[in-house]
Design a protein around this ligand. Structure first.
Ligand SMILES: NC(=O)C1=CN([C@@H]2O[C@H](COP(=O)(O)OP(=O)(O)OC[C@H]3O[C@@H](n4cnc5c(N)ncnc54)[C@H](OP(=O)(O)O)[C@@H]3O)[C@@H](O)[C@H]2O)C=CC1
Ligand SMILES: CC(=O)N[C@@H](CCC(=O)OP(=O)(O)O)C(=O)O
Length: 335
């Protein structure tokens, strides 16, 4: 069994990690770390996990935990893991981080998009960007993976094969993506109150959302990205547009790129967030608009699944040479 310590176990992503690990078979939880919830029984924080994790308490992180862990999975607010990473990596164990601290290539990009200097810039090169469908072999050989953000995962899965094939001009990419409210984390905020979100649909982060940097890094860009908040718990639907620069069929290119991928379903049918809810699946489609000379590509993922905890587990499975599907489902909870 691979023993994992989870940092941020009391957050939304932490809860999803615990749900997936309970059914994994090759990974078990060594320590469950929280912040304000430390000291409580896990069953008091997350009653839905009580039967899967009887008699487990949330504890505060202590680096002594590295001694009986093989893996650290971190789902912490931005800025937290760069302070912990030096010690975790020095211990030699593997690390999958979901925060944005180690996703971007340079400390300058991090400072520009996150508004603060990076505390561990020398470690940026140690981390491999975590989208297995892009860079599985690098993940397999990595000690540390920075799992991709939720919006970038959706947009990149829809667009990267089209960029690689030279079918679209990266500088023309426009991404409109809508997320469920769990994407904002569990702390209540005015813009995530039930009465604000219910029966509402709103754009935010205009021209400045930090996920733009990840899309630019992988797709080329500059990408014009607009996130939206949708009145649903989980899910991301990314609708992407770009100018065509070749004659190929975008759907055929996606089908070819993902032919052997266990978690990507390519179809002519427009995807829907309910098809992927609770799963690690991504459903993608694409087509050419002859009238405008543009390519349309769409992806649906669960922000907590392929956009977060599922992708972390998929990366960990690859890093440890396990069955890549272990603990992960391709089946959404529908209806
Ligand atoms: N939600 C999503 O869909 C996605 C989230 N992410 C990223 O994953 C990370 C976690 O997200 P999410 O689960 O939604 O966030 P939540 O706000 O739901 O949870 C945050 C977690 O971090 C803990 N925490 C907060 N501050 C500290 C600290 N200073 N030191 C140690 N632990 C701390 C909290 O502990 P406690 O509750 O005990 O105080 C909690 O367990 C974030 O970086 C987020 O941006 C990435 C992709 C998708
Ligand atoms: C709906 C919502 O608020 N979503 C979050 C993004 C999700 C996320 O946590 O991504 P990172 O890991 O890159 O922060 C946002 O727009 O800030």
């Amino acid at each position: 069994m691979i023993r994992t310590t989870i940092l941020g176990a009391t957050g939304y992503v932490g809860a999803e990690l615990l749900r997936l690990i309970a059914a994994h078979g090759n990974i078990e939880v060594a320590h469950l770390c929280g912040d304000s919830e430390s000291g409580k029984p896990l069953s008091a924080v997350f009653p839905h996990l009580a039967l899967a994790y009887p008699n487990r308490d949330v504890v505060r992180w202590d680096s002594a935990m590295l001694a009986d862990s093989d893996l650290v999975l971190a789902a912490l607010p931005h800025g937290a893991s760069q302070r912990l990473a030096p010690e975790i990596l020095a211990s030699g164990i593997r690390f999958v981080d979901l925060g944005a601290d180690f996703r971007l290539d340079t400390p300058r990009d991090y400072a520009q998009w996150y508004g603060e200097a990076h505390a561990a810039p020398d470690l940026l090169d140690t981390f491999v960007y975590g989208i297995p469908e892009l860079n599985r072999s690098a993940i397999a050989g990595a000690q540390a993976v920075a799992a991709a953000g939720c919006f970038p995962t959706a947009a990149i899965l829809a667009l990267a094969p089209l960029v690689r094939a030279g079918l679209i001009d990266p500088a023309s990419i426009v991404v409109d993506a809508a997320s469920g409210v769990t994407g904002a984390g569990k702390a209540p905020k005015p813009e995530t109150h039930f009465d604000t979100v219910d029966e509402n649909f709103a754009a935010y982060g205009l021209l400045t959302h930090r996920h733009t940097a990840e899309m630019d890094m992988v797709l080329g860009g500059p990408v014009l990205f607009t996130p939206h908040l949708a009145p649903m718990n989980r899910g991301i639907l990314a609708t992407c547009y770009a100018t065509a620069c070749g004659d190929g069929d975008p759907l055929a290119i996606l089908a070819d790129a993902y032919a052997d991928e266990p978690f990507v379903h390519v179809s002519d049918t427009p995807p829907s967030t309910k098809w992927v809810m609770g799963s690690n699946a991504a459903h993608v489609t694409a087509r050419r608009c002859e009238r405008t000379g543009r390519i349309l590509a769409i992806a649906a993922i669960d922000n907590l699944g392929k956009g977060a905890a599922g992708q972390m587990i998929q990366c960990a499975n690859i890093m440890f040479g396990l069955d890549e599907n272990a603990g992960l489902s391709t089946i959404g909870v529908w209806p």
